[in-house]
Design a protein around this ligand. Structure first.
Ligand code: NI
Ligand code: MN
Length: 226
């Protein structure tokens, strides 16, 4: 599968059957000013939680592309009230087989208010199974013990984890998480977008390396095979 980074917590995962966009926050992100959302043609938009820095461009991209929005029931209903029709609600612990593979909505410890103050349900993450691989997209989350379940039952090949600290896990906790979920190959997200979450990237990569893990910090617009 091909993974492309669009800044902050936004990635596109291209499977054999479908393109899946996570947490689009591109237009308001000055670091991603060279990315134009018109070029994105996802089949699905997966939203971990309701915060502006995860949903900012979702409505516009959904209208342009005809993508199906997948998120928790409250967030999906919020888009339904805006007139969007291609929606798939989930909630924690549930999984669904889509045409490209399986999506499981898992726990995250965070908050989830939508940009207009509406309740965005509880925040989550996703475990995607497609093309013989498992990807854990953690969303914004603290380190929490339910991650042990992921290591015990769903050991992901690749984990996309927040590392920016302050609002989410930082590097130290993301390393502990990668041990709990039994994953070597980590892609970092949710860093450097705002002054609150600026990190030292070389130190982060070295910290993972000294714990026998690999941290990839992709450039915005860069793709890699996963
Ligand atoms: Ni958030
Ligand atoms: Mn966030």
């Amino acid at each position: 599968m091909k993974l492309t980074y669009y800044g902050h917590a936004c990635f596109m995962l291209e499977t054999k059957e479908a393109s899946i966009l996570f947490d689009p926050f591109i237009k308001p992100n000055q670091l991603a000013s060279h990315i134009s959302i018109e070029d994105l043609k996802p089949d699905y938009i997966l939203l971990t939680h309701g915060h502006e820095d995860h949903v900012a461009d979702a409505e516009e991209i959904a209208r342009m592309s005809g993508a199906t929005i997948v998120s928790n029931y409250e967030i999906v209903s919020w888009y339904g009230a805006k007139g969007l029709e291609k929606l798939w609600p989930m909630n924690h612990g549930g999984k669904h087989a889509f045409d490209f593979g399986t999506v499981r909505y898992v726990n995250a410890v965070h908050s989830s208010t939508l940009p207009d103050g509406s309740g965005g349900g509880n925040p989550g993450g996703f475990i995607i199974e497609a093309d013989g691989k498992r990807i854990y997209f953690a969303g914004d989350t603290a380190l929490h013990l339910d991650m042990e379940l992921i290591g015990r039952y769903w050991r992901p090949d690749v984990a996309i984890l927040p590392i920016g600290d302050n609002f989410t896990m930082g590097v130290e906790d993301a390393i502990i998480c990668s041990d709990m979920i039994d994953c070597y190959d980590v892609v970092g997200m949710h860093f450097d977008t705002f002054p609150f979450i600026e990190i030292n990237k070389e130190e982060a990569i070295e910290a993972f390396r000294s714990n026998d893990k690999k941290l990839s910090l992709m450039k915005i617009g860069e793709s890699k095979e996963v």
